[in-house]
Design a protein around this ligand. Sequence first.
Ligand code: SF4
Ligand SMILES: [Zn+2]
Length: 145
Amino acid sequence: MTGGWTLHAPCSGRDGFTPSDDDWTNGGDLKRLCGPQLPTCGPCPFHAECIATVKPAQAKFDGIAGGRLWCNGEVIDALEDVFEDELAEPKLRASCGTEAGAKDHTRHGERVCPSCRQGAREMAQRRNVEKAKEPKQLQLDFATT
Ligand code: SF4
Ligand SMILES: [Zn+2]
């Protein structure tokens, strides 16, 4: 990246944030090549600006932007303390309102919309209720005396 705030970013003048096309074929390669640079984004105050500039999802970006590692425009790794509001606005999709919709937002590197958040929460609650109904397995003690 060049100019303006990018000159003040911790990655300014550093290499290794995007791989050469010849060097990788899958997400594992990207993690090996670019993953070591991810902590550089930790103290950077420009996560949101970085994502808004790179537009990783639309650009099908491969490499590091905004404290995340992207592969073909999808987040495959991230720093632990990144915030969802640094991501792009969610797009409305046919899957909105469901857990699958929440995954679609995440896959596209954007915030989860409120109805998908609610849908995912309800699905998780339903699973917990079903799990609580399952008979508990007996713990047999085979210890010999
Ligand atoms: S978030 Fe990371 S890649 Fe983006 S400007 Fe900051 S240090 Fe550079
Ligand atoms: Zn949604």
